[in-house]
Design a binder for this molecule. Sequence first.
Ligand SMILES: [Zn+2]
Length: 574
Amino acid sequence: MTKPCRRLVFILFGLTLVASAGELNSRMELTLDRVLRGGPPFYTVDFVLADAVPEHVRRFTEFSGDVSGRYLGALATVAQFSGKKFPELDRVAAKIVKLQKADGHFGDPFSPNAVTKSDMATMWGNGRLLIGLLEYYRLNPSPEIIACARRLGDCFVELGPRFNDPAIVEKFSGDQVAVGYICWTQIIEGLVELDRLTHDEKYLALAGRIAVNTHRYPKEHSHGFACALRGILELYRVTHDGRWLKQVESEWEGIVTSGNLLPQGALPEVFTPWIARDEGCAEADWLRLNLALWAETRNPRYLDNADLTLFNEFFFNQFSTGDYGHHKFSAEGIAPGCARAWWCCTFHGLRAFPDIFNATFHREPARLCYDLPVDGLGIADGLTLRADSTLAQDAGVTLTVTKADAAEHVLSIRQPAWASALELRLNRRSFTGVAQAGAVEIRRRWQKGDQLIVHYVMRTRLLPNPAAASRVAIWHGPWLLGVDEQDSPAFFNEPMEKNRVLLPALPADQNLPLKAATETAKKIPFTAPAAHLALPYLHGGYPIQPQTVTLRPIAEHTAVAGSTAWVWWFQPGK
Ligand SMILES: [Zn+2]
């Protein structure tokens, strides 16, 4: 059943997407189109606002304001970034103000005394709504919206002592997952933003009191925790108090060293020992957190991790419908089945794109730096460059100068660890830059129209499974490679778990000499033919007939049916 689904993707989205510059643009358009026009379910104004009323007519309306807030925040941020207008966004914003309760909150009432699980659900949605309202306010400032956000912030300040009570911290730091203490700590983000816009210190004071109560614990909901960390980083950005940055960096290390960052750059939906599924929201948060930490510290470990998550889990998690959601882990990779989480992940995935585009380049006093090999715009004084990435098709990126003054400027192009070299062609001629630590630099009087083509020479490498020594993963460039059931059904014949891959001997440079796959590379959206490699293997059921299967980046999951199983942990044969 391989080809029909791929063709469907092409027909549905091909017309709009093939014309756009590169993969990142196409992926943002895919999810934007899902939110504006896709379905079911369809995001009509009343459907979105049901959790703010509340009307319990769809799933998860008890998380009062959750979909409403995410809808506002994601669309407003994309509108601000792209210059597009979404009239339906303004209709939701106008209507939501009228739904606010007398005490400032939205949806179901808080209980009068002890904090309950349903209070946590209500708090979660209201926290998402506060940041969503403020992101909308940034796009379209109005006295009504800021007054509405203030009333909600005041409600949080009023509830602060009850939710900050050490007994409540302890009670909800167990296995409550989506209604755990994270429902309270994730509101830091909105409180800090409210302080930025109103300069009312009471919101910042509450954010600080919540930040000191923010800890990682077993079975915690990773999306909520990562949201809280992003909030604490914003607290640092506003206060410049180094203890908040220290807290975020130390929690980042805690996630990585506790086995909660999976090799494909994914945070599990729930932290160990309950690792079972991924979650689009958590992946988007982790990606945004790493980009923000990179911006604050310029420590390359954050950029390397953003790059890892972007090209693997974040792309993998996006469905052909444009939704984001859940996939169940298996010993080999991903089990059949999936959940398109239209109630959260679809919006949170969309919300991440402007942050990614804005991190494609960064500027330093003496140079403009191209960091992520995706589409983007780099602007420095006297020099503007546009990046069009065809990394997935031909391992290349084209950088075009769109504005230049007469002065000399330095362009620094990051050479990620997954590339053994960067080969350059400037205005169609081979060109050598100056090698720096982790980068190649070009100093030049740039001219408008100059075109620099960067070819990333990709390494192919093996990664042993940290949890199962007999299994290995194969990487090519930034991509984790695997085999999916839709494209390679025979690989999944019983007994698939006895398949043994036949790896060539590893040379001294550790660059695995696998050949390119011979199949013709058709132009199918969201595939990466630049990384299609041929993998010889012996099937567990008929090893007498040696086989070859095509390895593909797991990022291609967007191009296949969402419920397709993947294998990326392989067992080498003798
Ligand atoms: Zn989610």
